[in-house]
Ligand binder design. Sequence first.
Ligand SMILES: Cc1cc2nc3c(=O)[nH]c(=O)nc-3n(C[C@H](O)[C@H](O)[C@H](O)COP(=O)(O)OP(=O)(O)OC[C@H]3O[C@@H](n4cnc5c(N)ncnc54)[C@H](O)[C@@H]3O)c2cc1C
Length: 532
Amino acid sequence: MRTPPGVSSKDFSSALRQFEQAVGEQWVLTSDEDMDTYRDSYSPFWHEDEEPVPSAAVAPDSVEQVQQVVKIANAHKIPLWTISTGKNLGYGGSAPVLSGSVILDLKRMNRILEVNDKDHYALVEPGVSYFDLYRYIHDRGLRVMVDAADPGWGSVLGNAIDRGGGHTPMRDHFDAHCGLEIVLANGDLVRTGMGALPGAKTWQQYRYGFGPYVDGIFSQSNFGVVTKMGMWLYPQPEAHMVATVSVPRHDDLIPLVDIVAFLMNCGIIPSTPPFAPPLFSGPPGDPALCALRARPDAPSTQELEQLFQRKHLGYWSVDLPFYGPVNVLAAQWEYARERFSAIPGATFQEGKLFRFPLDPKELEQVPNPVLLGVPNLAIFGIGGPRSQGHLWFSPIIPMTGEAVFEAQKVFADAYRELDLPVIAAGQTFFGPASNYPRCFLILFGFPVEHDIAKNRKNRAAFKRLVQIAAEHGWGEYRTHTAFMQTVSDVYSYNHHALRSFNETIKDAIDPNGIFSPGKCGIWPKHLREAKS
Ligand SMILES: Cc1cc2nc3c(=O)[nH]c(=O)nc-3n(C[C@H](O)[C@H](O)[C@H](O)COP(=O)(O)OP(=O)(O)OC[C@H]3O[C@@H](n4cnc5c(N)ncnc54)[C@H](O)[C@@H]3O)c2cc1C
């Protein structure tokens, strides 16, 4: 039997028996077969001893059971790695940072406690997936929309607590939450915001409650186990439409982004506008474009500009998603067009207008129903059938065209320097995304292989990319468990003052260091001392 680090077999066996008494024998898992299901299918340590694997998993069904499990773990100093639905692919799956941790699996806690379509919010447990929430809303004909991450099987709560993002006006998922319930390391139960007021009538309406606003310290952290979360939902809109703006020249990206940023900051574009990189904005079957897409080197700007002009295609394009009443949406689009007309040669295309509730036949034709609040798993087509998975390298850069050009150059050079596998069009000409307000998120899919030598090389390259990004003032918004330390190391202002602050909190509220050791570079005191 594998045991958590520093815990004797005898102690561990005794703790497992107590877990069984707390949650039922069948919900404490220790077999190799069961542990395999908690490994990261996209692990960059495939076939290597360093792959972090859990020693056991325990799956409570209620808050009271979570409290009991936590108290037992605390008494035996057993590290717990918390997951909600554990589908964190690209960022570590269900696997812990510290090998031998026990997975605290909250999938069974999958109750939708409330969906309110007058005040537009939901109150959910950790195991509720986007699919669950969508079905609940759909079956009852409630007039609210779900904002899902691309993989619809993920947890509404787990994704939000990891600060994931979606596409509609509620796309910044942590920002959309309102009110948490948390089990602390000593087993205490805390409710944040108005939830601290017994009998509060506004737990899911007013975020801040009274005194310090602590919710943030429970996101991307290892300070507690979140057992309930309120989420604001977007009222079901009357309609949705995506309109496309294309501009003819390479340098037009600068005014294009400026205008998009202005419109987003004003609230006129209410959600994530994806920018299409030049090679992807043209028709997929076009022979000249296909030839360029297949080229291993990056075609020059001049070559692309000439080709696109000949074909009357935009060099850059951006899709603007609008949601709301039909006449408001029309006015927003009209105003946006007026602003973009300042760019000579800008062209405009209106997409299909969808009216809610959606017609199921119409929905079948939609390539990405996530934009319409309908979760699905279509995203797993990326990378093609031979893909063995990927990690996300995901730096945040300023929302300006100049920053995009700089990042393109820096990362294209880095890819060459690091001899990274594919300088595919999508990687050198990435499309900056705006899942979070006021900045761009760049997502590089970083290949995972079932090949030790390649993974070793790629891990070193990933670390180097984190360094290069930091040298340019760009930091990751989130990262795979394998690189949490690396990323935490570059957030080093004033001799790591922020990390020291987090460690102070950690030591105070989780002195035995039982919650997710190493998460986001935060280690409990005894493991910090052992490492130094
Ligand atoms: C092809 C592809 C596309 C993707 N697209 C997106 C996307 O559009 N948007 C996006 O955000 N992500 C995306 N991801 C990343 C990831 O798959 C999703 O974010 C997924 O929703 C996360 O898994 P989960 O919801 O099951 O969360 P979990 O794995 O359950 O949790 C995520 C992390 O949060 C912490 N945590 C979870 N629950 C709790 C709790 N109750 N208390 C304390 N801490 C907790 C844990 O550390 C856990 O590791 C994508 C991944 C892939 C492979």
